[in-house]
Write a protein that binds this ligand. Sequence first.
Ligand code: CA
Length: 247
Amino acid sequence: MSVPRSPELDAISGENAPSRQSVLIVEDAPDLRFALTATLIDTGDSVSVADRGDSALRESYSGQPDLVLLDLGLPGLTGLEVCDSIRTLSDVPVIIFTTTTDVAEKLDAFDRGADDYIVKGTEMAEIVARVGPALRRSSSVKDDAPEPYSDPALHLDITSRTATVRGCVAELTRTEYELLAALVKRVGQPIPASQLLQSVWGPEYDSEELVKWHIGRLRKKIEEDSEIPRLIVTRRGFGYMYMRPGR
Ligand code: CA
């Protein structure tokens, strides 16, 4: 369901935000859904909402949002099922809402293609701070487009933002693509995890766990054996390095 903006809000932010980006909020708890909707509309985003997993899927297909905020415990379909289905068709950034700090649950969500997580109870200001950079990643226009990259294992197509690995197109999310592009930009040089976090997620982020988990997922998609990575290697206590493979 689409949430109409009030004329007052349009008058305040409409002129300054000619290309408003759209956020799909999927949350079955009415209070939280309302609070999130009001907050994001206030920041100038266009918002649609869903209170069930199945209607969230329909809304994500028909509305083509730029970002999905996804509760995990939902009627209809679970948030994880919704995330799975969204990923079969779209690389839209998905931020999940969790009620716990359960690591296994987060890893499960990342395995299904979630880009980030927010623990419920987080301040609205913090949520806005996380949504902003995710929307910027979602934008197809990059200010500093990296050079094209090619080696015997990997080719990055800058225009379509796709990665071809050993001749096959890798199904990367936008975040995974950005992470890989940041690594190959400095091929052969170790990059601190904190720097990858800043350049891919943005200055508002401080959890290097995000980098670690997404590197793990990236390895599953581009390495021949993700247990023995040869392209993205770890420099213990420092960060990660993309190694150009030999022929
Ligand atoms: Ca719920």
